[in-house]
Design a protein around this ligand. Structure first.
Ligand SMILES: *[C@@H]1O[C@H](CO)[C@@H](O)[C@H](O)[C@H]1NC(C)=O
Ligand SMILES: *[C@@H]1O[C@H](CO)[C@@H](O)[C@H](O)[C@H]1NC(C)=O
Ligand SMILES: *[C@@H]1O[C@H](CO)[C@@H](O)[C@H](O)[C@H]1NC(C)=O
Ligand SMILES: *[C@@H]1O[C@H](CO)[C@@H](O)[C@H](O)[C@H]1NC(C)=O
Ligand SMILES: *[C@@H]1O[C@H](CO)[C@@H](O)[C@H](O)[C@H]1NC(C)=O
Ligand SMILES: *[C@@H]1O[C@H](CO)[C@@H](O)[C@H](O)[C@H]1NC(C)=O
Length: 414
C-alpha cells in the first residue's frame, strides 16, 4: 500500500534549499548534537529510552495551510536531507496530541507517511491541531510536536497564512515562494504562477520576472505600491489528480536606511563638578535624517574603554537613548560618576562616535567647581538676613509710633 505511493525522488539538497532552511538546519544539528551527547554521557539510560520517550518540545514554527491542498508535516528531528542516512535505522510514527492512536488510522485514505513525513491530501479544516512525531531506533527515542492550522481559502485568512517578506524601497529584490521542497523534486519543470491581490501577474516584463527553475519572483525598483499580499501557486499531481499548492506572502517595503555624518553636540570642553558628588555628562550626537541603528557611541578614559578603566563601576556608561525631535535623530550615552573623585580631574575623557561614513571624538575634562563650604554660602546668607531683620525692625518701630493697635497680636509673643 505504502510502496506504490512512494515517489522515486531522493532528498533534495541544494545550497538555496539549505540556506532557506538554515534556522531549521541549525536547530536539527543542535538536536542531533544534543541527542548524541545525551546518549554518550548517559549510557545507562539507553535501556529505558525505548519506553520513556524523550519529549523535545514544540517546534517553533506553525504550519498555516489552505483547505483542499496537500500538507506535508515533517518531523522536526529528522530533516529531509538527513533522511537517507537515518531511514534504515529509525521508525517514525505520528499521532495527534489529544489521542494515543497513530496516524494514519486503518481506513484513513487522506493521510499517509512518506519518508518519515506525514502527508495529508487534501487537508481539511478539522485536521488543524498539534501533531506529535516519534522517532525511535533500537536505543533511542525522541518526540516533538508541530502545529498545523488549516484555513478556508478566503481573503480574510490572508493575514494568518501569509509569510512576511521584506524588500527595500528603490532596490531590486526577490520574493521566494516558501516551503515547496516536497513538491518540487524536478526543479526544471517547476512552474509557479504569481498573483498580486488575486490578479495574475505578467511575469516577464520590466517590473516582475519569475526566475525559471527557482521559486523566486524578481521585482525591479521596488516601490511603495508593490507592498501587499502576493500568492504563488503551482500544481502538484497525485495519482492523476491535480492539486493546487499555494503560498501567500505579505510583502513589506522598507525605506532604505541612510547614514549621515554624526555631529557630537555635547559635552562641553570642561565640566564643573564638586568632589564627592554624583555627576552625569551626556554625550549627545545629532544625526539629522540618518539612521541610529548603525551608529556606535561610547566613552573612553585615558584611551581605555570605561568598563576596563573602572572595573568597580564608579564611573560607568549609562543607558543609550535614541530619540527624534522635529524629525531629526539623536543618540545620547551619558557617562555617570558616582561619585567624582580627585583622580577624575586628571583623567582625559572622550566621547567617540562611529558609523560607516565617519568617526569622531570629543574630549572633555572635569574641573573642580569653586570650593564649596558652608562658610561661603552662609556668609552672604547671614548678611542678607541681617539686612532683612534691620528693615523689619525699622518698620516695626515706625508702626509702633503710628498705628500700634495693628501689631497687638505680634507683641503678645514678646
Ligand atoms: C539511535 O539514535 C541515536 C540518536 O540519533 C544514535 O546516537 C544511535 O547511534 C542510534 N542507534 C542505532 C542502533 O542506530
Ligand atoms: C520499526 O518497526 C517495525 C514494526 O513495528 C519493527 O519490526 C522494526 O524492527 C522497527 N525498526 C527499528 C529500527 O526500530
Ligand atoms: C494539544 O495541544 C494544544 C496546543 O498546543 C493544547 O492546547 C492542548 O491542551 C493539547 N492537548 C492535549 C491533550 O495535550
Ligand atoms: C524607480 O522608480 C521610481 C518611481 O517609483 C522612479 O522615479 C525611478 O527613476 C526608478 N528608478 C529606476 C532605476 O528605474
Ligand atoms: C487551482 O487554482 C486555479 C487558479 O486559482 C483554479 O482555477 C483551480 O480551480 C484550482 N484547482 C483546484 C483543484 O482547486
Ligand atoms: C589618567 O591619566 C592620568 C595621568 O596621565 C592619571 O593621573 C589618572 O589617574 C588616569 N586615570 C585613570 C582612570 O587611569
Amino acid at each position: 500500500m505504502q510502496g506504490c505511493r512512494l515517489r522515486s525522488a531522493g532528498p533534495v539538497l541544494s545550497t538555496s534549499y539549505v540556506l532557506q532552511k538554515l534556522p531549521e538546519t541549525m536547530f536539527i544539528l543542535y538536536m542531533l548534537i544534543m541527542s548524541i551527547s545525551a546518549s554518550t554521557i548517559q549510557p545507562e539510560e539507553h535501556t529505558v529510552a525505548a519506553e520513556n520517550c524523550q519529549f523535545l518540545g514544540k517546534h517553533f514554527k506553525t504550519d498555516f495551510r489552505v483547505e483542499g491542498e496537500p500538507v506535508v508535516l515533517r518531523c522536526p528531528q529528522v530533516q529531509l536531507w538527513l533522511w537517507a542516512s537515518v531511514s534504515p535505522h529509525v521508525n517514525v510514527t505520528w499521532r495527534k496530541n489529544d489521542s494515543d492512536r497513530t496516524i494514519p488510522g486503518e481506513e484513513e485514505t487522506r493521510m499517509w507517511i512518506q519518508d518519515g513525513a506525514l502527508w495529508i491530501l487534501p487537508a481539511l479544516q478539522k485536521d488543524s491541531g498539534t501533531y506529535i512525531c516519534t522517532v525511535r531506533n533500537s536505543s533511542y527515542c525522541s518526540e516533538m510536536s508541530v502545529e498545523l492550522r488549516v484555513f478556508e481559502k478566503t481573503e480574510a485568512s490572508l493575514p494568518f497564512i501569509s509569510y512576511p517578506q521584506i524588500l527595500t524601497l528603490s532596490t531590486s529584490g526577490s520574493l521566494v515562494c516558501p516551503e515547496l521542497s516536497e513538491f518540487t523534486h524536478n526543479k526544471m519543470d517547476m512552474k509557479i504562477q504569481w498573483y498580486k491581490d488575486s490578479v495574475l501577474l505578467d511575469q516577464d516584463n520590466e517590473k516582475f520576472l519569475s526566475v525559471r527553475g527557482t521559486s523566486r519572483l524578481l521585482i525591479h525598483n521596488v516601490s511603495v505600491e508593490d507592498a501587499g499580499y502576493y500568492s504563488c501557486a503551482m500544481t502538484f499531481t497525485h495519482e492523476g489528480i491535480p492539486y493546487n499548492v499555494t503560498r501567500n506572502i505579505e510583502l513589506r517595503v522598507n525605506k532604505k536606511e541612510e547614514e549621515t555624518i554624526p555631529v557630537i553636540i555635547s559635552p562641553h570642553q570642561t565640566i564643573l563638578a564638586s568632589l564627592g558628588s554624583r555627576l552625569t555628562i551626556p554625550c549627545k550626537v545629532f544625526l539629522g535624517a540618518g539612521t541610529q541603528s548603525t551608529t556606535m557611541l561610547w566613552w573612553m578614559a585615558n584611551n581605555t574603554r570605561i568598563e576596563n578603566a573602572y572595573q568597580g563601576g564608579r564611573v560607568a556608561e549609562g543607558q543609550r537613548q535614541e530619540y527624534s525631535e522635529n524629525n531629526e535623530n539623536y543618540i545620547d550615552v551619558p557617562l555617570v560618576f558616582d561619585p567624582v573623585i580627585r583622580e577624575d580631574l586628571n583623567t582625559d575623557f572622550k566621547c567617540l562616535v562611529r558609523n560607516t561614513l565617519s568617526f569622531q571624538t570629543l574630549r572633555t575634562t572635569v574641573k573642580e567647581a569653586t570650593t564649596f563650604s558652608w562658610g561661603t554660602v552662609l556668609a552672604p546668607l547671614s548678611l542678607v538676613c541681617l539686612v532683612l531683620v534691620g528693615i523689619w525692625m525699622h518698620r516695626r518701630c515706625k508702626h509702633r509710633t503710628g498705628k500700634a493697635y495693628g501689631l497687638t497680636t505680634l507683641k503678645t509673643g514678646h
